[in-house]
Design a binder for this molecule. Structure first.
Ligand SMILES: Nc1ncnc2c1ncn2[C@@H]1O[C@H](COP(=O)(O)OP(=O)(O)OP(=O)(O)O)[C@@H](O)[C@H]1O
Length: 299
C-alpha cells in the first residue's frame, strides 16, 4: 500500500486550559479531495498549522507523504503547500516578486515558467507587477494560493480559501483546484461553505472541540444523516397519522421524509384521499448542511 498523503496519529494540543486538539487520528490517502469541517474553534487551523510546522503538538505524530513534520521537517514541508486563512503579505513586493521569494525558500531559482502558468490559471497575469498592497482581498487570496503552489507540492492544504472571494472567481478557483486534484495532487480543504465541500470533497471529517465526530465518504454522510423530504403547503390542516414520519413545519407546511422517489406518488395520493389540498410543493434533497447540524448536535 502506498504511503498516506497525510498521517495524523494521536494529535493533541492545549493552549493553557483549552484543549484545541483532543487526540485526532486521521489518514488521508494520496489523490483524495478531502474536507475538514467544523464550527469556529473546532481545531482545524491548529491541525493545519501543526502540519506546516508552525505549531508544535503536545503529543502525537504528523507525517506528510511519510515524512515526520518534526524530525524530517524539510522534506515534509517540501511535500506540502498551505494556503493559510490569514492574509499576511509584505506590502512592498509585487506579486511576481513574492512568488520568486517563495520559490527561493525552496531553493528554486528558475521558476518563472511555472510562476507564469500559475498566474495564468489564477487569472493574476495582469497583476503580476502590481504591489501586493494594491490588490483587493480576493486577489490577495489568489496570490496565497499561488504561493502555496510554487514548489509543486503533491499535497495541498487550503484553509478557507474562498472567504471573501466573489462568486465568479470562486468558481474559477475551484476549477483550478479540481484540475490539480485530477492531475494527482491530494487536496485538503477547510471551508464554512458546506455546499462547496459537498460538491468537491470525496471524503469528509467533521471536527468538534478538537475531536473527529464524523468521518466518511461524502455520499455515505449524506445518506446516513440526511434524507429526501417532500414538503407540501396545505390549504387546510389535515391529520398526519396516515403519513409515516410526517411533521408540521410551520406556516401550513408539512414535511414528509422518504428514501426513494417512487414513494412520492403514494404520499400524494394519500393526501388527496384524506381531502388535503396542496397549494405549494417542494422536493428537498439530502444536503451537507443538515448532516453537519445533525452531527454537531448529536456529538
Ligand atoms: N495561539 C493560540 N493561543 C490560544 N488559543 C488558541 C490559539 N490558537 C487557537 N486557539 C484556540 O484553539 C481553539 C481551536 O482554534 P482553531 O483556530 O484551530 O479553530 P478552527 O477550527 O480553525 O476555527 P475557525 O473555523 O474559526 O477558523 C480555539 O478555541 C482557539 O481560540
Amino acid at each position: 500500500m502506498s504511503v498516506s498523503a497525510i498521517s495524523i496519529r494521536g494529535a493533541r494540543k492545549h493552549y493553557g486550559p483549552l484543549q484545541a486538539l483532543a487526540g485526532v487520528d486521521l489518514e488521508i490517502r494520496q489523490g483524495e479531495f478531502f474536507g475538514l469541517l467544523g464550527p469556529n474553534g473546532a481545531g482545524k487551523t491548529t491541525l493545519i498549522s501543526a502540519l506546516a510546522g508552525l505549531t508544535r503538538l503536545d503529543d502525537g505524530v504528523l507525517e506528510v507523504m511519510g515524512h515526520d513534520v518534526v524530525s524530517d521537517y524539510r522534506n515534509a514541508r517540501r511535500q506540502l503547500g498551505v494556503v493559510p486563512q490569514e492574509l499576511v503579505f509584505d506590502p512592498f513586493f509585487t506579486v511576481r516578486e513574492a512568488l520568486r521569494l517563495q520559490s527561493g525558500y525552496f531553493g528554486l531559482t528558475r521558476n518563472d515558467a511555472w510562476i507564469d502558468e500559475i498566474l495564468e490559471h489564477l487569472d493574476l497575469t495582469a497583476k503580476a507587477d502590481a504591489n501586493m498592497r494594491m490588490l483587493s482581498g480576493g486577489m490577495k487570496r489568489r496570490v496565497l494560493v499561488a504561493q502555496a503552489l510554487v514548489h509543486r507540492p503533491p499535497v495541498i492544504v487550503l484553509d478557507e480559501p474562498t472567504a471573501g472571494v466573489d462568486v465568479e472567481l470562486r468558481q474559477g478557483l475551484w476549477a483550478f483546484i479540481r484540475k490539480l486534484n485530477t492531475d494527482g495532487h491530494t487536496i485538503v480543504l477547510t471551508t464554512h461553505y458546506l455546499e462547496e465541500a459537498e460538491a468537491l470533497c470525496h471524503r469528509i471529517a467533521m471536527l468538534k472541540a478538537g475531536r473527529i465526530v464524523a468521518l466518511d465518504t461524502t455520499s455515505n454522510l449524506l445518506h446516513r444523516f440526511s434524507t429526501h423530504a417532500l414538503r407540501v403547503r396545505l390549504a387546510e390542516p389535515i391529520g398526519l397519522d396516515f403519513l409515516p414520519g410526517a411533521r408540521e413545519a410551520g406556516d401550513g407546511w408539512v414535511e414528509i421524509p422518504f428514501e426513494r422517489y417512487g414513494e412520492v406518488e403514494d404520499m400524494l395520493s394519500r393526501i388527496r384521499l384524506t381531502g388535503g389540498r396542496i397549494e405549494e410543493m417542494v422536493l428537498g434533497e439530502p444536503d451537507l448542511e443538515k448532516v453537519f447540524v445533525g452531527v454537531m448536535h448529536a456529538a
